[in-house]
Design a protein around this ligand. Sequence first.
Ligand SMILES: [Zn+2]
Ligand SMILES: [Zn+2]
Length: 290
Amino acid sequence: MTSTDLAPIGLQAAPDGTLPCAVCGTPTTGPTTTYPVLSRILPMGDGERVEEVAPGSGVDLPTCSDCQGIAETARQIVAAHRGLVRLLGTVATWQTTTALYALDTIGQPIPGPDIEPHRLGSLVHRLAAPGTGTMYSRRFSPVMLAGSSTKLAARERWSAVDPSALADCRGGYLDWKADGRPIRALAHPGRRRCEWCGTATFPGRRVSEVWFGDLCAKCHAVHEAGGTSYEAMWEAIDPDRAIRRRRADVPDIDGVHSYSRAGGGNGEPWSHLGGIPALHEHVARLVDTA
Ligand SMILES: [Zn+2]
Ligand SMILES: [Zn+2]
């Protein structure tokens, strides 16, 4: 058994004259950047201890040409999207860079400057933070992890990434893909209808964003605000409060009940009570004659 075989999974001994790439971890050479080390974690029996290090400590790491290429693509993207700079300020380039690192970590293609602005905004929102977690420099900076050594390097690009950081990238990637889907009618995950309004579908991009238990997003919002199904119905038939503003008290409507009481209807909101247009008419008439 050689010393290489003793290296943790995904790592190898860095060949003489090389250092791990600060980003993907593969052995490389070239100019280095200093990554500040503020403290270090030391293994202690069955636990760990955090030890302060001398002020100004740091680890010097190079960046391989592949990772430099990704950073250059990020600079080109940001140069073509000044809106992102207005939104994020000086961190726009860095956050775009780490978002691209996240994509590369999970083997997804890297977009170019022609990416649509809303897709770029979503990409950075979903993947900039996961991307920082995949960087090899995180083993050293700002906290040097136990067992970290510049004598170790990744066996191949990203092979030393922590499984939880990898999972964060995959999750962020799925969210980014979902952000790009058109809004469509989403059925309840259990194929049930909303307990209050009886709708069978709700418009959105993700089921988890439009269905909450057995309530649709609209009824859920009323419930969260302390309202009842009766108030949810009012929100549906009088969304701008035009009817309710015309009188001090909320008019009583006979026979109003939630879908869960008796079912019925065709899967449209409040169709078990005749549907929103009919309810609106009925209520407007009630108010006029009041
Ligand atoms: Zn690299
Ligand atoms: Zn509902």
